[in-house]
Design a protein around this ligand. Structure first.
Ligand SMILES: NC(=O)c1ccc[n+]([C@@H]2O[C@H](COP(=O)([O-])OP(=O)(O)OC[C@H]3O[C@@H](n4cnc5c(N)ncnc54)[C@H](OP(=O)(O)O)[C@@H]3O)[C@@H](O)[C@H]2O)c1
Length: 267
């Protein structure tokens, strides 16, 4: 059943019990013109947030802004390649100029430039993995932190690969492991005004994962590894991210929630 405070067009079939937890809040989601980032922006927007979306390509930004606006979401789109310091500064400056504050940050950008084993990996690939997946998340938050409101919330998007980095995704997995540590460290550093948490998605058929999930045999084997016998959806990831970013999670900080259909992740 749809929530009565929403108009019928906001009653998304994928979110039957959606609320309005982000009314009056400003939410910045990186790498958010498609896939998991887009769904997170969509979910936060449907729940009342003003969302700032961004990615490397202007056309992708324009298309995503159009889709979100068509659903009545207050959205502001900018080009931001997370590795570009000027882009990051512009993203934060323009957000603060337009909305005056930042309540939620979802750090979602990642790269996986090589499937090489760690000891065979070129230095340039190692640099890119560290830079996009970890360092730029820190640098963006350095720019954002003066504008975070009391009660604000940060969510990192890690991966199930953080817990047991698989062959072909090994170094990528290690950078995602670093985000689990970063979550703990920043939760302490930013307490008590800002909570910092993390979502570790399982396998979700997006463009990023298409080289794995488009192969029928691999896809079936990934589905078999889950207890729920299916891959994740971008909406699954958005729902958990929205929970952690919301006041429903007001006593949770420094934690990672694995959203992987039951793929084992802990000791
Ligand atoms: N899909 C999975 O199975 C899976 C599993 C675990 C974790 N994750 C994590 O989930 C996050 C999102 O992945 P996804 O699967 O949703 O990917 P996706 O569908 O391929 O979307 C990637 C988004 O990021 C943007 N982007 C890429 N590189 C960027 C950069 N350097 N700076 C700014 N924006 C950039 C892309 O737009 P432009 O091309 O316009 O830049 C696009 O909007 C990543 O952190 C990934 O590690 C994914």
């Amino acid at each position: 059943m749809c929530c009565f405070i929403l108009s019928p067009r906001q009653c998304e079939p994928s979110y039957p019990n959606i609320g309005r937890r982000f009314e009056g809040k400003v939410a910045l989601v990186t790498a958010s013109t498609q896939g998991i980032g887009f769904s997170i922006a969509h979910r936060l927007g449907l729940e009342g947030a003003s969302v700032i979306i961004s990615s490397r390509r202007q056309k992708n930004v324009d298309d995503a802004v159009k889709k979100l606006k068509e659903e009545g979401i207050e959205v502001f789109g900018l080009v931001c390649h997370v590795s570009n310091a000027q882009h990051r500064k512009n993203l934060v400056d323009q957000t603060v100029q337009k909305y005056g504050k930042i309540d939620v940050v979802v750090s979602n950008a990642a790269a996986n430039p090589s499937v090489d084993a760690i000891l065979q990996m070129k230095e340039s690939a190692l640099d890119k993995l560290w830079e996009v997946n970890v360092k730029t998340a820190i640098l963006l938050l350095q720019d954002v932190s003066p504008h975070l409101t009391k009660g604000s919330s940060i969510v990192f998007i890690s991966s199930i690969s953080a817990f047991q980095p698989p062959a072909g995704l090994a170094m990528y997995g290690v950078t995602k492991t670093a985000l689990l540590g970063l979550t703990k460290a920043l939760a302490t550093e930013l307490a008590p005004h800002t909570r910092v948490n993390c979502v570790a998605p399982g396998f979700v058929p997006t463009h990023f994962a298409s080289y794995i999930t488009n192969d029928e045999t691999v896809r079936k084997s990934l589905e078999e590894q889950t207890s729920l016998k299916r891959l994740g959806t971008t909406e699954d990831m958005a729902a958990t991210t929205a929970f952690l970013a919301s006041d429903d999670a007001s006593y949770i900080t420094g934690e990672t929630i694995v959203v992987a259909g039951g793929i084992p992740s802990r000791l």
